[in-house]
Design a binder for this molecule. Sequence first.
Ligand code: PGA
Length: 261
Amino acid sequence: MRRRLPPFVAGNWKMYLTRAEAGLLLDAVAKGAPALAPAELVVLPPYTTLAEASARLRGGPVAWGAQNLHWEDKGAFTGEISGPMLAEAGCRFVAVGHSERRKYFGETDETVNRRTLAALRAGLRPIVCVGETLEQREAGKMMDVIARQLEGGLAGLAAEPFGHIVLAYEPVWAIGTGRTAAPVQAEEVHGFIRGRLQEKVGKAAADCAIILYGGSVKTANAYSLFKEQNIDGFLVGGASLEAESFLGIAAEAVKAYKEVQ
Ligand code: PGA
């Protein structure tokens, strides 16, 4: 049996919260975090709130990161933000290839790969997102899609950087819909992802890889999802905008973790 990792819970704030609202949320998350050890908590606010995160979280147990980065380290790319800039802003993590970026902003497996490499170059830990649409699932193409996204997104990476990469399985049909994947549905894909990693980088590295589930995670479903062998934590959208639900999800994961140890 694979040794379970402590829960990793990241909040993807998307394009929400003013700085004042963010300040309140950051303080509340920082206050609640120590009681949730050994969970690792991360917030991914909008770029304009990163300074607020740095001011309020620095030196504490909650890490912060961004929701995207450009694949070049600098250059004439109006409107873009690079890995070194995020590192300077104190980020330790950055989401890459979220399905909203794939759907609305032309993200491809190739650009996911370039951004992943850029994140690693800057010393950031990428949270690389994969996931199928409902049409793909219903057409029986789910595993092909996931395999292709993994293969493309992680192309050219050897075993060593895998200790720094976090993966997130987020079925598109579960994001923001209130329709969470059932634990067994999520586990089926998580097990598949870990199997693919094993082929790529070997069992030891694959066993240590953090694979998150995302898509309508709430306090009420976090416990049963985390009980599954290959679900190491969550990428939380809507429920990360309130401290009570974000911390509640982490608390449920910690409870499940203590039971499966
Ligand atoms: P959700 O979003 O929790 O609101 O479904 C998850 C995500 O997009 O990362």
